[in-house]
Write a protein that binds this ligand. Structure first.
Ligand code: ZN
Length: 637
């Protein structure tokens, strides 16, 4: 890796820029969402959500922690959990992508102010963390298992990468480089043999290496990945798997333990494997992730089914009513899937990103952008309650969207993902453009041979299944437009002029010497459909769900004639019927006899039964119309 001076990314900024791989990512200046629901969400995110995050971080004292360090005030003033610094960094990262997306000058100034605060708080040797190392605090790196110091530095580095790529190098990059250098000096080959209890520094250091050309950052990330799995962290009450420190990365078979930790580590391992050309490591990680998708992932794309340790359950342990499915785990899964899509070109990773976007990310944030879900249950048995907008939630195990949590990791993750969302729409290779996600958008780039190509996507997807792609720029000569056909989209059709041809799930391509104005249309069948679970998922055996295109549907009590959703059964003999962006299905509400003991020698006698048409709505719309109960999986009649 040759050293280059870091500069703004000429494409407008990309979160991940591998130096090798199958597909090349496009930047904020090359892929732009121009309309539709995601455009609206991006605007809300760039305004209300980032303002909300900033004001709460000020109110909670998390930004003030840095000022206290700068002013030499006592450590007893330090507020929040040990990882509070990371929330400030993640907010700065989200702001940086937002400035790249919208050129918001007020936000740009805000980043400058926050950067000045970080510059002033950084120690002369580069160390920067408000929770350790000052008089009255624990010494630096004295609690690698729980201290989150390297985790925080990772988020600082990611913020600086985002800032540099979108706006050019400034003081934030200087802060991040000094902090990363301090990490390399402390934990390098001659230094302390340690790893952080919470992975995150790994993908951050690889990206800093990609940005700056500094080999030492890649080497350090590589060391951190190699060192994990040998049980060198102290035993955690939940086991070494909690830290993914139970089995070396290249020997593991599946993701396990704390879901966010495991997924951040996986993202870093993909980055290291790609940058070092380590095919064995890449194959190991692909196999672990694929097995995790096959056995440990909810229908929504959510991951993590155990509240107690925020962890993956064993294979097929995917209870609906105890789904943890943290927002951050889904953002981390998008990070992994995106890296694997770039590395392999496999459309199944685009399928997962789509599933998460529509069913976790879209669900996580309120319409006004100022409250959010930490966990994502798939079955709410007791009505949610409205929360006052100024109250912090102490627990983070479910409940309604809350304005703030004691641990508010998810908001920054939502913020940075939405602000950079357009970079996940499309990629390029030497042959042309690949469209992975569908939205009203403009996508254009220069191919490796210098030719300029661009298309405009127009669609009402997923409400409607037609995606129109019109060529807006071409320099002549043949090139290829490739479109992802989701796994659920059997019967999809590609319309190219007078020609119609079937488009099987996977990828469909059109290659020719395009002219400006040429249009191709992908028609995806988004009608509602039944979805049956693997019978090994005991928690939902004998149940069925309804999906419409990429959108998981649910029944919510506010739409039903009988509010108690525990009493529902559905009749699978007729197909679900279209109803706006949802569906209706035939079913029953039972009223079982109460016997005082919920088990019997014989199947319980059917009580009173009421036949009903059940209305289903997109899961992402639930809990937006007042207190309700909800379920995704419906028992078969
Ligand atoms: Zn979170």
């Amino acid at each position: 890796m040759s050293v280059t001076s870091a500069a703004a990314d000429p494409t407008g900024g990309r979160p991940v820029i591998p130096t090798r791989g199958t597909l090349r990512p496009l930047g904020l200046g090359e892929a732009r969402i121009t309309g539709g629901a995601w455009s609206h969400r991006q605007r809300v995110n760039g305004g209300a959500t980032l303002d909300h995050g900033r004001s709460w971080m000020d109110k909670m004292g998390w930004t003030g922690n840095f000022t206290a360090v700068e002013q030499g005030r006592g450590s007893e003033e330090r507020r929040g959990r040990e990882f509070a610094d990371s929330e400030v960094y993640k907010l700065v990262e989200a702001m940086s992508w937002e400035v790249g997306r919208s050129a918001d000058r007020i936000r740009d100034r805000e980043i400058g102010e926050l950067t000045a605060m970080l510059v002033a708080a950084q120690a002369p040797d580069g160390y920067l963390n408000t929770a350790f190392g000052r008089p009255g605090q624990r010494p630096r790196y004295s609690d690698l298992a729980s201290g989150h110091e390297l985790y925080c530095t990772g988020h600082l580095v990611q913020a600086a990468v985002a800032r540099t790529r979108t706006s050019g190098p400034d003081d934030l990059l200087g802060v991040a480089r000094r902090a990363a250098d301090q990490v390399c000096e402390t934990f390098g080959p001659e230094g302390m043999w340690g790893i952080c209890g919470h992975p995150e520094i790994e993908p951050a250091l690889v990206e800093l290496a990609r940005l700056t050309g500094e080999q030492r950052y890649l080497d350090q990330a590589s060391l951190f990945v190699q060192r994990r799995g040998y049980r060198t962290l102290p035993l955690h009450p939940f086991g070494w798997s909690y830290f993914s420190d139970d089995i070396p990365v290249r020997e593991a078979e599946v993701l396990r333990g704390h879901a966010v930790r495991s997924l951040y580590l996986t993202a870093g391992a993909v980055d290291v494997a790609v940058e070092t050309g380590d095919r064995e490591l890449l194959d190991a990680v692909i196999s672990q992730f694929d097995r995790t998708l096959a056995r440990r992932t909810y229908l929504t794309g959510g991951m993590g089914s155990r509240h107690m340790d925020e962890a993956f359950g064993d294979d097929f342990v995917l209870p609906s009513d105890r789904a943890y499915s943290e927002t951050c785990a889904s953002v981390a899964a998008v990070m992994v899937a995106w890296r694997l899509l770039l590395a392999t070109g496999e459309p199944r990773y685009g399928d997962l990103i789509e599933r998460i976007l529509y069913n976790v990310l879209a669900t996580a944030i309120s319409d006004d952008g100022t409250s959010f879900f930490y966990a994502h249950t798939l079955h709410q048995r007791t009505p949610t309650e409205d929360l006052p907008p100024d109250r912090e939630q102490l627990g983070f195990g479910g409940g309604p969207r809350a304005p703030w949590f004691e641990v508010s990791c998810c908001l920054g993750n939502i913020g940075r993902t939405l602000a950079s969302l357009s970079t996940y729409l499309a990629t390029a290779n030497e042959r042309g453009l690949q469209l992975h996600q569908y939205a009203d958008a403009e996508v254009g780039t220069r191919l490796a041979d210098g030719r300029r190509v661009a298309v405009r996507m127009a669609t009402r997807y997923p409400d409607d299944g037609t995606v129109s792609v019109r060529v807006t720029e071409t320099d002549g000569g043949p090139w290829t437009i490739a479109l992802r056909v989701p796994r659920w989209a059997g019967g999809a059709v590609l319309v190219d002029g007078d020609q119609r041809r079937p488009a099987a799930p996977g990828t469909v391509e059109v290659t020719r010497d395009f002219s400006v104005g040429d249009e191709i249309r992908l028609q995806l069948p988004v009608r509602p459909r039944w979805t049956f679970p693997d019978p090994r998922i005991d928690a939902v055996r004998g149940c069925v769900a309804v999906e419409r295109g990429p959108v998981v549907l649910c029944v919510e009590s506010v739409d039903q004639p009988v509010p108690d959703l525990d009493l529902v059964r559905v009749d699978p003999s007729a197909e679900p019927r279209e109803a706006g962006d949802g569906a209706t299905v035939a079913g029953w509400f039972d009223q079982p006899a109460e016997s005082g003991w919920p088990y019997d020698e014989s199947a319980p006698q059917a009580g009173e039964t009421t036949r009903a048409a059940l209305r289903l709505v997109p899961y992402h719309r639930w809990a937006r119309r007042g207190p309700s109960t909800m379920r995704v999986w419906l028992p078969l009649g």
